[in-house]
Structures are given as C-alpha cells and as structure tokens.
Write a protein that binds this ligand. Structure first.
Ligand code: HEC
Length: 124
C-alpha cells in the first residue's frame, strides 16, 4: 500500500475513533441529564409545593406573591410560623388554617407530608 493511502487510512481510522468518543460523550451526557431529571422527580415535595402552594406562600416561602399579599399569608421567617412543629403544619395543610383551604381531598397524605417538608426547608 502506498504511504499516502496508508496515511489516509490512519486518518480515517482516527476520525472514526474520534466520532466514537464523541458518541460516548453524548451518551454520558444523556445519562447525566436523565439522572438529574430523575433526581428532580424524586423531590416530589418541591413539585407539589410549586404546583399547589407557591401561589400563596411564594417560591421562597416569603408569601411575596399577589395572592399571598392579598391573603396576608405570613412569610416563613415570621416567629409564629417558625415556632410551629412539623405535625402542626401537616395538620394545618390537611385541614386548613385561616384562609387556607383544606388539602386532604385535593392531594394525597404523602404529597401533604412532602410539600410540608419542602415548606420547612425554606424556613432555614
Ligand atoms: C390560597 C392560598 C394558599 C395556598 C394555595 C396554600 N396556603 Fe398555606 N396558608 C395560607 C394561609 C392564608 C395560611 C394562614 C396562616 C398565614 O397567614 O400564614 C396558611 C398557613 C400555612 C401553614 C402554617 C404556617 C404558616 O405559614 O402560617 C403551612 C405549613 C402551610 N400553609 C403550608 C401550605 C402548603 C404545604 C400548601 C400546599 C399544599 C399551602 N400551604 C397552600 C394560604 C395558602
């Protein structure tokens, strides 16, 4: 085989190897993306909170939304919120509190528990 053709062949093998490694990388990226979306799905408390609670309590629990302000929802930094136990909060969410409706027929007990956990994570 003439040297030129051999060189061309080596180059083409190299580029093939490169395409392969790019493919492997793309594959890895897809796996990383998949596991991170799975991680997101696992923190269902956050998803429930964003869907069911955020309009009043706000993304950061500061009740900074229009509805939150209108209903005078207390921010998580409020002493009366801070002193509530997890059980009291779960109870409040389940059966309602002041202007907050009862959630027991709207979402599952697990969703109540998870969204309260998420709410409490905003208190720190
Ligand atoms: C319609 C608006 C509204 C929605 C939606 C709402 N809340 Fe409330 N929430 C209130 C109001 C009003 C109170 C009464 C006490 C206050 O002003 O903070 C309250 C009180 C609470 C309390 C007691 C501590 C506190 O902030 O006073 C918790 C815990 C709570 N809500 C969690 C939730 C969770 C979890 C969800 C979603 C599943 C939710 N809330 C959805 C309006 C709302």
């Amino acid at each position: 085989m003439p040297a030129r053709m051999l060189a061309a062949k080596i180059i083409s093998i190299r580029s093939l190897a490169m395409t392969k490694s790019i493919r492997v990388q793309a594959c890895l990226a897809a796996v990383v993306l998949l596991t991170s979306t799975m991680g997101f799905a696992q923190s269902s408390g956050e998803a429930t909170y964003k869907a069911k609670c955020m309009t009043c309590h706000g993304a950061a629990g500061m009740a900074e939304t229009a509805v939150g302000k209108a209903l005078k929802v207390k921010p998580v930094t409020d002493p009366s919120v801070q002193k509530m136990t997890k059980a009291e909060m779960t109870e409040a969410t389940r059966n309602g509190m002041g202007k907050m409706q009862s959630f027991k027929d709207k979402i599952t007990d697990a969703q109540i528990k998870d969204s309260v956990d998420y709410f409490r994570s905003l208190m720190k």
